[in-house]
Write a protein that binds this ligand. Sequence first.
Ligand code: SF4
Ligand code: SF4
Length: 307
Amino acid sequence: MKRLLLDLRSRIKAKVGRETRLWRLLNMARLLPRVLSVRRMILERGNYLFVRREGKKLLSWIPNTRRVEIELTTYCNLRCANCDRACTQAPSSERMSTGQIEKFVNESVQLKWYWWIIVLIGGEPTLHPQFFEILQIVKRYKEFNPHCNVWLATNGHGRKVQDVLAKVPDWVGIRNSSKEGGDQYFSAYSMAPKDSERYRLADFSKGCMITEQCGLGLTRHGYYPCGAGGGVDRVFGFDIGIKSLSEVRRRALRKQLGELCGYCGHFDSVDPGGPGKAEWVWGETKSISWQHACEKYKQQGSRLSPY
Ligand code: SF4
Ligand code: SF4
């Protein structure tokens, strides 16, 4: 009898033990999404704390796939030193076609991609010869997603630009930097970190705050983790623009950051006087790889494939 009781006891113990383990596993699975969302929150929001407190970047910036800056044209009526679309360093009059803007709207609607903000930018976007046709195409997206804010980023310089601005419809917000000339105090965009010993061990795939704050860039050569990165690709000719919105994934953007940020002077830049170490300067500066790339661009122009 005693043996029978002992046997029964050990069987119950084994069963409860198994159930406890099972219960713990189930509980962990239930908590997993919460753990993941906390991790995501720390990654997305914690960066600012780390940057502010430590004065250096510990975590990767996360490309914001709900914002996009569309570079309608690379042509600009100003020549600002250190322009981060390289309009001064490697001038070009290339522009997106209305067909490419149609493609952007079509794939955004088909994929039910809910952009929060679309910024029409350049160069000087109002100098695109089909500027108002483009607005009509973008309006189709605005009708699909009325919560999306559409902005126009302009330098506001000159009569021609101001005439266009006066006719921009109400549903487009205007960000006018009201520049009077090309003498601007900018981050030294054309100082490639790769050319500096200080960044010898840097992991460029971490990106900078611009990809998280301003979001993606779209040029006539495809999508990039940021607009400034599109400028780097145009001048250096890597031809790594993503040609379809369905291929815009975290991993693909991270790969682009790894290739582009080493040539972008915004890397490690936060704001003037902030903890970032990137230089802010008046007047044109170019590190050695930019000097070579601009020289080559001047001779051969852009050879990137279109979006
Ligand atoms: S106005 Fe803007 S786009 Fe034009 S050169 Fe200056 S910074 Fe570049
Ligand atoms: S460093 Fe330049 S290319 Fe890299 S994310 Fe920042 S702005 Fe874009």
